[in-house]
Design a protein around this ligand. Structure first.
Ligand code: NAP
Ligand code: F7E
Length: 344
């Protein structure tokens, strides 16, 4: 019997990679998409179109929303999945300061709604649950973060994810549900949303190189992140649910770069040599022809910033036998290739 997976957030970066990964592993994959006024399935259209003409169907999309508990319960009841991956979220940290209540409803209560459905439907023996937790829950107070590092989120996003993290543990301990948390550090890819900093930099510099854009405007370029590739991280997510006993795992590359480092590395792959001048919001980046291509705009600064994140994923490397295949250079090359050739 093929395993059935249900992915909340299938139309997002990780959802699309996870759906493809699970289909390769011969799962039947069900994904939840939101109703939106324009089509939001571009990241999964290739698998949907490929498979829906065939007689045997392995990939199904359903309308649903994490704000709608009844729809979640009905879908889980209908599908009876072996594995549920909750990847759905309002995932933008800066936006969470503008929409704190909505972010909390989706990210915090959304996770609870799924767990409650598993409990109400008495699926605790059948269905494993994965919660997409984040390094944002740490807040960056420690030099290196791992599973037992104290949490101290600095945004409504991080705080909402911390509720989801604890309610997942709580349902595991109270109701014996296989409910596991991943605590994933930043992971990027060609499918990353356009307003996250890595995609903005790669897309912006490629457009500057092609003379389609003059300048990129950024916020705090001194923030440091531990960046990995989503392809590696969805494999870890799957491995977390293949264990006999549910547990929580940090997933990270173990390497740290500032946003400014990321700009310089991307530029060097494109043959652009950046010279930096000025400080604070007056800092500017010039190309080798003396043209200003990077400026700072204070609108991209957040009310509170996580200055530094660096993960220690030794538990996952040992217990899940997981290690990333991409480093920063391979990640950036993959993102650049996509901008040039739409090569996923
Ligand atoms: P993403 O690209 O922003 O995808 C989020 C997904 O959630 C999209 O499919 C989105 O649908 C869906 N969604 C948003 N609101 C929803 C709602 N009300 N009901 C149902 N679905 C909804 O995020 P990602 O980068 O793939 O990340 C996946 C998960 O991991 C998220 O929970 C994120 O918070 C978490 N995470 C991400 C990272 C990272 O670095 N990428 C690190 C740690 C944790 P639309 O396509 O319609 O917008
Ligand atoms: O910002 C700085 C910004 O928005 C990274 C999400 O997937 O990872 C992601 O959250 C850094 C921050 O990602 C711009 O201030 C400078 O310090 O790409 P980001 P994030 O906030 O780290 C975590 C782990 C998640 O869980 C989240 O879902 O870059 N930065 N200038 C900028 N950021 C953006 N977006 N735009 C700028 O112009």
């Amino acid at each position: 019997m093929k395993k059935k997976a249900l992915i909340f957030g299938v139309t997002g970066q990780d959802g699309a990679y996870l759906a493809k990964f699970l289909l390769k592993k011969k799962y039947i994959v069900h994904g939840i998409k939101r109703r939106t006024s324009s089509i939001n399935t571009v990241r999964v259209d290739d698998i949907y179109l490929d498979l829906h003409t065939k007689k045997d169907k392995y990939f199904f999309l359903h309308y649903g929303d994490l704000s709608d508990g009844t729809s979640i319960l009905n879908l889980i009841n209908k599908i009876q999945p072996n594995e549920i991956y909750n990847l759905a979220a309002q995932s933008h940290v800066a936006v969470s300061f503008e929409l704190p209540e909505y972010t909390s409803n989706i990210n915090a209560l959304g996770a609870l709604r799924i767990l409650e459905a598993i409990r109400a439907l008495k699926l605790e023996k059948k269905t494993k649950f994965y919660q997409a937790g984040t390094s944002e829950m740490f807040g960056g107070y420690n030099k290196i973060q791992k599973e037992n590092t104290p949490f101290h989120p600095k945004s409504p996003y991080g705080t909402s994810k911390l509720f989801a993290h604890w309610i997942t543990k709580n349902y595991r301990e109270s109701y014996n549900i296989f409910a596991a948390n991943g605590i994933l550090f930043n992971h990027e890819s060609p499918l990353r949303g356009e307003t996250f900093v890595t995609k903005k930099i790669v897309n912006g510099l490629v457009n500057i190189k092609q003379k389609k854009l003059n300048c990129i405007y950024l916020g705090n370029i001194y923030a440091k992140r531990d960046w990995g590739h989503a392809i590696d991280y969805v494999e870890a997510i799957w491995k977390i649910l293949q264990r006999k006993k549910a547990d929580d795992f940090v997933i990270s590359s173990g390497n740290q770069y500032s946003v400014k480092n990321f700009i310089n590395i991307t530029a060097s792959h494109l043959g652009i040599k950046i010279t930096w001048t000025g400080k604070g919001i007056k800092e500017k980046g010039y190309d080798q022809h003396g043209k200003c291509i990077i400026k700072i705009d204070k609108k991209y600064f957040r009310p509170n910033e996580v200055n530094t994140l660096l993960g220690n994923s030794s538990k996952a490397r040992k217990q899940l036998n997981w290690k990333p295949k991409f480093n920063i250079n391979k990640l950036i090359k993959d993102m650049i290739n996509y901008e040039y050739f739409n090569d996923k």
